[in-house]
Design a protein around this ligand. Structure first.
Ligand code: AMP
Length: 116
């Protein structure tokens, strides 16, 4: 595994730019650079200790709960409170950044689009 900081750690350190919409002691949220919905935010713990949501749930369930609560708060602000939360887990499921993150998608998602 690489010891280089993840792209998200570099955003958190402000080494690369991002459109940050929320930040707390433990969590940051910013707009996805390649949006796949009218609203597409990433909710990311500041620690990159956990590769995916399975590791996070086992290692720090309170931090996972904070990510979900943050997503709800951001959805209230950006999507009228309704949203889809996606944690890609593994390369064959589309995960490309192995620093756990939630995709918060919303703002008008048609039914039957999950998995497309
Ligand atoms: P995943 O494929 O689930 O690992 O999600 C990684 C997401 O990070 C993708 O949706 C990318 O578009 C997004 N992404 C990668 N680099 C950046 C960046 N510099 N700023 C914002 N989003 C990014």
């Amino acid at each position: 595994m690489s010891n280089e900081p993840s792209v998200f750690s570099r955003i958190i350190a402000r080494e690369i730019p991002a459109d940050v919409v929320f930040e707390s002691d433990a969590v940051v949220a910013f707009r996805d650079i390649a949006p796949q919905a009218p609203v597409h935010l990433l909710v990311v713990p500041k620690t990159e200790r956990y590769r995916d949501v399975v590791e996070l749930a086992a290692g720090d369930p309170a931090l996972l709960a904070e990510i979900v609560a943050t997503a709800k708060r951001l959805a209230d602000e950006h999507t009228g409170g309704e949203f889809r939360l996606v944690f890609n887990t593994g390369a064959s499921a589309g995960q490309t950044v192995f620093h756990v993150h939630a995709h918060l998608l919303g703002g008008g998602l048609p039914e039957g689009t999950l998995g497309h």
